[in-house]
Design a protein around this ligand. Sequence first.
Ligand SMILES: Nc1ncnc2c1ncn2[C@@H]1O[C@H](COP(=O)(O)OP(=O)(O)O)[C@@H](O)[C@H]1O
Ligand SMILES: Cc1cn([C@H]2C[C@H](O)[C@@H](COP(=O)(O)O)O2)c(=O)[nH]c1=O
Length: 216
Amino acid sequence: MSELVFFSGTMDCGKSTLALQIGHNRSARGLQGVIFTRDDRAGEGKLSSRLGLVTEAVEADEDMDLYAYIVAQLSKGGRVDYVIVDEAQFLAPDQIDQLARVVDDLEMDVFAFGITTDFRTRLFPGSQRLVELADRIEQLQVEALCWCGARATHNARTVDGEMVVEGAQVVVGDVNRPAGEVGYEVLCRRHHRRRATAASARAGALSPDVLPVSSA
Ligand SMILES: Nc1ncnc2c1ncn2[C@@H]1O[C@H](COP(=O)(O)OP(=O)(O)O)[C@@H](O)[C@H]1O
Ligand SMILES: Cc1cn([C@H]2C[C@H](O)[C@@H](COP(=O)(O)O)O2)c(=O)[nH]c1=O
């Protein structure tokens, strides 16, 4: 039975890497997939991982009908065995419905990867629709960590090194940006609530907030 699977997590937890691995393993067995992405940091029509791998992808523009795109590929005699979608949080809710239709009507697996919540801890509309429609929601096994050592569950945005909680929902960017740029940092809920980033909390300093990082 085909499935719509939502692989969700914070920024920098390995989603794009897993998307590339899933595609690689399937193509190594002769399967052919369509890879959609939207607003990847590496540029239009790219799916990139911080491990350095990058592959070509179809840029899923705002008004693109993803179901119609797949049907058009099949009508032209193309083969599509599965679909991968990275940065799925940026898709419109209707586009998530189109992906569900790909699963149900065309019987293809759809693997969607994205962050669930924005820098204000609010759901992205695309992620909300995925939570509503996905057959399965998977958390990535590799934990991104807060500066305190706890599992990172939230994304913070920084401007000039300061954590902000107001602004546009979508600002393409990366973690570990130099001061002066918009950047992101993953935090546990406690430190997101307290607006305590690594810089502001002076990570590594002796503090009652610092939890031991277990090597087990
Ligand atoms: N130099 C490195 N050596 C080993 N692993 C790295 C390195 N740089 C990044 N990574 C791994 O890559 C992960 C980020 O992968 P990526 O697929 O880009 O994340 P996401 O798509 O979730 O934002 C990090 O959590 C880390 O595990
Ligand atoms: C939290 C948050 C993130 N973004 C952007 C920043 C990046 O371009 C992507 C996430 O990419 P990743 O591969 O998961 O690291 O989303 C945003 O626009 N708004 C936000 O609130």
